[in-house]
Unconditional design. Structure first.
Length: 562
């Protein structure tokens, strides 16, 4: 009897949440009837909740439609890129075998079908090649071209409608691969169709194509920006005061302060696109500074720029390695950086603007002051777009089109930076992100904005992004930092501590700052080609070799400390 009572009580406890949930059965039935929109995103739950709830309500009130949003968040943009590559490869393998009557799906085909460097001649577009020719052992090039053609002509999907959130670089890579499309197979829905419906939205007066050298949308409308972001430093005033730092950090170089040893929070750039972008901004600033310092030289402008790029790159690399030496860790999640700074586990960190502003708001006291502050280095960060795009083979392209339209509408833009409870604003979370629409920044809207003094279009004037300087080195940057700072962080950190303890001996510091192994020309000539080859064996061997060189360097630095 006692066992029976216990089992009944246990069953009651397990069933109670379902029995007591209001409208449980009707809610389940409603979800089954609702149209499903599947969105993959690195956006946090606050953004998902606010946009999801308002869009669902908007569709019900304006169109009488029940909508359910299925958010997929496998990680940051780097993890999403790997997920998309794997999923599309799986679907394309089935298509390839069906279309070629079982022709083997080789590694060459796997790499070729999303390779933007493979040109499909206009004469071959839409044509089915001779399968006998394709199966010939010497027809590798023909198989690669057909794989690319077959993918671009297809409407294969992975069960996901939209990619929402990230950086322009990541979206450009997805667009070039062919994973993002301007229109669905029928041609009626997608960013390009949206631009035709609302041409005034995409004018220079509302949403310009680019600002300060940063693209705000794809030239073929495979993706469009929805909100703006910049990069900066979040710091904890209490921790800095405890460390004896009276002047708050204002520039990237301030993070090299040896008093911050073990107090910098950083995200692994191979896992976080935003962190890589922040490092790129640091490099761009140093190149710009070197160029400004050479402007008086009586030489050809191209020669001056050539030297400034290399000098600025060297300066920036030394800064990055010192900041990394001060790092407490390299986390897989960029959201952990402001969290640990706010908790006092780190004194400062590099983060995207809205992360810093969000934690500033979360930790305000009754007088309105917050121990967590955020600063954008003047002249050290651009204003970039955070995009949205429709994936190839989207299962519900019309609903995806409506979501993009809503996010870019004046109503959707209010959610980004209105205060909670403001008319048309978010209900629970102030997202504190600057909208992309220039016509948003009006006196009428400012009274409801969480950050009324911020106008990204004015901030962007302090920085001019030059893609030709570092744009092609985005991936090599990640690789270098991984080999020299992330994989070798234990050796780097202990070496830096030893140098600080020894009073920064000149010989040790010279050895530490000698980064000729990763000079601009060596990266272009030795590292970038290996990474572009997609030969994983060569890449692993290069990583092993480069990490070994840095470990030996750090050992020499320690030996030079008395």
């Amino acid at each position: 009897m006692r066992i029976t009572i216990i089992l009944l009580l246990l069953a009651g406890i397990l069933a109670a949440p379902f029995l007591l949930r209001p409208g449980g059965e009707s809610r389940t039935a409603s979800l089954r009837r609702a149209e499903h929109l599947v969105i993959i995103t690195p956006h946090n739950q606050s953004i998902q909740a606010e946009f999801g709830q308002v869009f669902i309500r908007y569709m019900k009130q304006s169109r009488g439609r029940d909508v359910y949003i299925d958010w997929r968040t496998p990680g940051g943009t780097s993890e999403i890129a790997r997920f998309l590559k794997s999923e599309y490869a799986t679907r394309f393998e089935s298509l390839w075998k069906r279309k070629t009557q079982g022709l083997r799906f080789t590694h060459l085909i796997r790499e070729a079908f999303t390779n933007p460097k493979i040109d499909v001649p206009p004469t071959q577009q839409g044509q089915v090649p001779d399968l006998t020719l394709l199966s010939h052992p010497d027809a590798a090039k023909e198989r690669a071209v057909y794989a690319r053609q077959l993918f671009l002509d297809s409407d294969i999907g992975i069960g996901i409608d939209l990619f929402f959130g990230g950086g322009a670089y990541d979206f450009s890579k997805q667009a070039q691969a062919g994973n993002l499309v301007p229109r669905d197979a029928g041609g009626s829905y997608g960013p390009a169709a949206l631009a035709e419906e609302h041409p005034d939205w995409f004018s220079d007066a509302v949403m310009p194509a680019n600002v300060s050298g940063e693209p705000f949308r794809d030239s073929r409308f495979r993706w469009v920006g929805t909100v703006l972001s910049s990069f900066g430093i979040c710091y904890n005033e209490d921790v800095l005061r405890r460390l004896g730092i009276k002047v708050s950090p204002a520039q990237w170089n301030d993070l090299t302060d040896i008093r911050l040893a073990g107090q910098i929070a950083l995200a692994d750039p191979t896992k976080s696109g935003s962190t890589t972008k922040a490092f790129e901004m640091l490099i761009q600033q140093q190149i710009r500074g070197a160029l400004n310092g050479m402007q008086t030289q009586a030489r050809a402008a191209s020669a001056v720029e050539h030297d400034a790029i290399r000098q600025g790159w060297d300066r920036a690399m030394r800064m990055i390695f010192k900041i990394s030496a001060n790092a407490r860790y390299f986390t897989d999640s960029a959201t952990k950086v402001p969290y640990d700074v706010a908790a006092g586990d780190a004194g400062a960190g590099m983060c995207i603007d809205f992360y810093g502003r969000t934690y500033n708001e979360l930790h305000r006291d009754s007088a309105g002051h917050s121990r967590v502050q955020f600063v954008m280095p003047k002249g050290g960060t651009s204003i970039g777009a955070d995009p949205i795009g429709m994936l190839r083979g989207a299962p519900n392209p019309e609903l995806a089109h409506r979501f993009m339209e809503f996010v870019l509408s004046p109503e959707g833009q209010r959610i980004w930076d209105f205060k909670t409870g403001a008319p048309g604003g978010p209900r629970r979370f102030a997202l504190r992100r600057p909208p992309i629409r220039k016509d948003f920044y009006t006196a009428e809207n400012r009274q409801f904005m969480a950050d009324p003094d911020i106008n990204p279009y004015l901030i962007g004037k302090d920085f001019l992004y030059e893609g030709k300087w570092t744009g092609s080195l985005f991936t090599p940057m990640r690789f270098i930092i991984r080999c020299g700072c992330v994989d070798t962080h234990e050796e780097l950190h202990s070496t830096w501590r030893a140098m600080i303890k020894a009073g920064m001996p000149a010989a040790a510091l010279r050895e530490f700052e000698d980064l000729s192994i990763i000079s601009y020309d060596r990266v272009l000539g030795d590292i970038a080609p290996v990474l572009r080859s997609n030969d994983k064996i060569q890449e692993v061997e290069l990583a092993r070799k480069l990490s070994g060189i840095f470990r030996e360097k750090y050992r020499k630095c320690r030996d030079l400390c008395p």
